[in-house]
Design a protein around this ligand. Sequence first.
Ligand SMILES: *[C@@H]1O[C@H](CO)[C@@H](O)[C@H](O)[C@H]1NC(C)=O
Ligand SMILES: *[C@@H]1O[C@H](CO)[C@@H](O)[C@H](O)[C@H]1NC(C)=O
Length: 418
Amino acid sequence: MQPLCFLHLSVFVDLMAAVWQQVLAVDARCEDPRAQGARGHRRSVSRGSYQLQAQMNRAVYDERPPGSLVPTSVAEASRAMAGDTTLSENYAFAGMHHIFDQHVDSAVPRLQFANDDKHLLACCSLDGTLSIMTLSPPPPTVKVTLKGHAGPVTDFAWSLSNDIIVSTSKDGTLRIWNTEDGRCIREVADPEGSELLCCTFQPMNNNLTVVGNSKHHLQVVNISTGKKVKGGSSKLTGRVLSLSFDAPGRILWAGDDRGSIFSFLFDMATGKLTKAKRLVVNEGSPISSISARSWISREARDPSLLVNTCVNKLLLYRVVDNEGTLQLKRSFPIQHGSQPLHSIFCPLMSFRQGACVVTGSEDACVYFFDVERNTKAIVNKLQGHSGPVLDVSFNCDESLLASSDATGMVIIWRREQK
Ligand SMILES: *[C@@H]1O[C@H](CO)[C@@H](O)[C@H](O)[C@H]1NC(C)=O
Ligand SMILES: *[C@@H]1O[C@H](CO)[C@@H](O)[C@H](O)[C@H]1NC(C)=O
């Protein structure tokens, strides 16, 4: 536990509540006969909260419909390799590792661990700055602050080699930063002078970034020249809020504030975008987050898209063709009415059984859902934030989860190590 002296009282109270909840979670698992041998003691806890928590953390895989993706014989093999733990055991959290409050009082809409790095993460804030934080060697520190934007920073992305971060801002510029010294390498103004709301790297060619603005436009930008790519622009039906490429970088999905998701085919040689499909998820409900994943679990190649839109649900779509056509597969209840909430697929590494997604929620909690369970899909719930949780990110080995909220807090959660 990190020193608490810098925390507001309300945060402290929430923090203790969260720690207590995690203590209960640990106890709940002690009830499990499989866990009993491993733990030498039990704490006494009040019955009511204990039962609630026990339910939250129990994963009973007896409701799996026949023909569902896992377990297959291959799944059995990988599960044996991984030690046969259930998904909820796997995603049990031992508590908070650290709290960063350098952006307190301004929302932190995005945060992300660096690629293939356990201890490096960054976040952007409506206060106009980004920060790069390092968790090791201890103590966790803000390594560098990226200063230069003249307005709220709406989104950012790490390059594959983590040497560069691109960011978008309501000041109408895209900025490219050197992550080592925090220097702004380049600033690219939006030709329309409009607010920039989201950005993403083309995964196969990090010289190219796609940017979405408030005048409904998408634009591919060559960041080594700062120039727009010819043929690399398109128009949506509303403000462009969210972007995601599939892993090979061939399909790009973009979501707008009118409730539409468009798919585009990306031409690798030229950087050209071709509009392919449109799906109206819910007319008028902003699409605040899109994440693409080609393998839903270790065993099943099942291209999927995870979507947050303001309908009090997290939506999981199946990608059914090479043009990015979407078919609704599942939805999970969360609180989502207006905030720019984000969600992620859990990294594949630690899958034991099934597959997990994690999302922020307006009730100040982080939710874990098992995408393959038809009932009681909730695997875990982390409490500790004091405002809507806007974004979540796992580090590469899933030992840590970071979450950010509308009050500017960033919490690093430590996963229980077996
Ligand atoms: C980006 O462009 C530079 C030349 O400007 C080239 O050397 C480099 O390989 C390119 N990077 C990628 C990922 O294509
Ligand atoms: C981006 O710019 C670099 C440097 O001028 C160039 O080599 C590369 O071909 C450009 N890429 C695209 C897709 O336009």
